[in-house]
Design a protein around this ligand. Structure first.
Ligand code: PDD
Length: 281
C-alpha cells in the first residue's frame, strides 16, 4: 500500500496527491495539534480517551473543533476502511489553517484537517524479551508539554539523540526530576510499586497513562504519581515506557547502565499481559 487514501479537508485523496498551501500555519509556525490512535482488528483502541485529549489540545490552543466526536469517528473510520491492514495506527492533525504570515491568531480562518493511517509497527519480540537501551538527557522543551502539539522540535532532537547513541528512547529529566521520553511516558517500579511523574504541564498525559492506572487497579499493582529523581530511576527494579506504538515496553539500560539485572521484570510482564487482554476485550 504505497499510496493509501487519506482524508484532507473534506475529501479522500491518495497520499501522493494530498497538498496543503505553504502558508498553512502548521507549516509556518507548527500551529496545530495531533493524535495517534491504535487500531487493532479494525477497531480503534481507547478512541473516547483519544478524542477527549484531541478536544483538550484544540481547546488549549484556541482552535475551534471542526468536527464533533461522531464526525471524527466516521472520518477516521473511513480512512481506516480504505486501508488493507487490520492493525493500523491512525494519525490525525488539525492546524489553525491558512493565513498571511503573522504570529497572532488570524481572523476567519478554517482549520486544516488531515487524517492518514499506516500499518501499526509494534516492538519486536527481541525488544520485549531483552528490554531496550535508553539514554538520558536534560528536558529542554517548553512548559506546555500537556498539549499534543505538532511543534515537536524538542522531541525530534531528543529522538535523534537516542538514535545517535544506539538507543530506542531518550529519557528526559527537568531539574533532576523525571519527565518523559521523546515520544513515550516513563514509569519506574520499586518494591512492587509502579510510579510515574504527576500529570501536569511537564508531560503529555498518554492515553496509556490512564490505561495503566486502570490495569494497576484491576491487577492490584500499587501505583503512585509523584516527582521521581534521577537517582530513583537508575536504582529502580524496573523501568518501563508506554505509548500507542510501544504499548508497554521494558527498559534494560540507561546510558549503558543496567536497570537492576537488565531483564524485563514481573510488573512489566503483568502489565503487558493485561494490555493484550484489554486490546482483545
Ligand atoms: N507519542 N509523551 C509523548 C511526548 C508522546 O509523544 C507520546 C505519544 C506519549 C504517550 O502517549 P500515548 O500513550 O497516548 O501514545 C507520551 C505518539 C505515539 C507519537 O507522537 O507518535
Amino acid at each position: 500500500m504505497n499510496d493509501p487514501l487519506v482524508y484532507l479537508n473534506g475529501a479522500m485523496t491518495p497520499l501522493s496527491e494530498a497538498k496543503i498551501p505553504v502558508l498553512d500555519r502548521g507549516f509556518i509556525f507548527g500551529d496545530g495539534v495531533y493524535e495517534v490512535i491504535p487500531i487493532y482488528g479494525r477497531r480503534m483502541f481507547r478512541s473516547d480517551q483519544h478524542m477527549a485529549r484531541l478536544f483538550r489540545s484544540l481547546d488549549a490552543i484556541g482552535i475551534p473543533n471542526p468536527h464533533d466526536k461522531e464526525q471524527w469517528m466516521r472520518l477516521i473510520g473511513q480512512v481506516a476502511a480504505a486501508h488493507p491492514a487490520d492493525d493500523q495506527m491512525a494519525y490525525l492533525q488539525v492546524t489553525r489553517g491558512v493565513a498571511k504570515r503573522a504570529h497572532a491568531f488570524p481572523k476567519d480562518v478554517t482549520p486544516t484537517v488531515f487524517i492518514m493511517t499506516n500499518p501499526i509497527v509494534l516492538p519486536s519480540t527481541d525488544m520485549r524479551t531483552s528490554g531496550v537501551a535508553c539514554v538520558s538527557m536534560e528536558d529542554k522543551r517548553w512548559l506546555r508539554c500537556e498539549i499534543k502539539s505538532v511543534s515537536l522540535l524538542g522531541n525530534v532532537l531528543a529522538a535523534q539523540h537516542a538514535v545517535e547513541n544506539d538507543a530506542v528512547e531518550s529519557i528526559q529529566f527537568r531539574d533532576g526530576f523525571l519527565t518523559e521520553a521523546s515520544s513515550s511516558n516513563v514509569w519506574i517500579v520499586k518494591h512492587g510499586k509502579l510510579m510515574g511523574p504527576p500529570k501536569d504541564n511537564l508531560i503529555l498525559e498518554g492515553i496509556r497513562y490512564g490505561l495503566i492506572e486502570e490495569l494497576c487497579a484491576a491487577g492490584q499493582i500499587p501505583l503512585e504519581a509523584r516527582r521521581i529523581t534521577r537517582a530513583e530511576v537508575f536504582a529502580a527494579d524496573e523501568v518501563l515506557l508506554s505509548s500507542a506504538t510501544k504499548e508497554v515496553l521494558p527498559v534494560a539500560s540507561i546510558d549503558g547502565q543496567m536497570i537492576a539485572n537488565g531483564k524485563p521484570g514481573p510488573v512489566y510482564r503483568q502489565l503487558y499481559a493485561a494490555y493484550q487482554a484489554a486490546k482483545a476485550a
